[in-house]
Design a protein around this ligand. Structure first.
Ligand code: 4NP
Length: 144
């Protein structure tokens, strides 16, 4: 299974989602390919936000080597599932979908809830980590 995690900046939430999902897939013996991307272009080429790196590290996950990139239309071909964090990401990605097959790949990570953007609030990184972890565990559960 190939999974792409998407948020706005690709420096706070989706890098956490990529790292957590990679960690859990490995833990569960699943040979999954996980990547992440953003819908906004401000941070292309940068590493994840230091607060995301620090939070992940506290849970034994190293995301420091990730590099921010922009979502591209060919991601619809390269991934089986595209998980977005909030309604804005959902709308932005769906606007790029070329057909029904693309559209069907796009889902909110938490199903019916959003992962809020922690960028402007240092205290949100830990709760956001927990939300993303719960979402990733649910996906693993559904596929094993
Ligand atoms: P993310 O958070 O979408 O979780 O990576 C953000 C990071 C940067 C910005 C917005 C959200 N920004 O406007 O630069």
């Amino acid at each position: 299974m190939k999974i792409l995690m998407v948020c706005l900046g690709n420096i706070c939430r989706s890098p956490l989602a990529e790292g957590i999902m990679q960690h859990l897939a490995k833990e569960n013996g699943l040979d999954w390919h996980i990547d992440s991307a953003g819908t906004g272009n401000w941070h292309i080429g940068e590493g994840p936000d230091r607060r995301s790196i620090r939070t992940a590290r506290e849970y034994g996950i190293d995301i420091s080597g990730q590099v921010c990139r922009l979502f591209k239309v060919s991601d619809f071909d390269d991934f089986d599932q595209i998980f977005v964090m909030d309604g804005n990401n959902f709308g932005d990605i769906l606007a790029l979908a070329r057909n029904e097959e693309d559209t069907k790949k796009v889902k909110l990570l938490l199903g019916d809830k959003i992962v809020p953007d922690p960028y402007h609030d240092d205290t949100e990184f830990e709760p956001v980590f927990k939300l993303i972890e719960a979402g990733c565990r649910e996906i693993i559960k559904q596929h094993s």
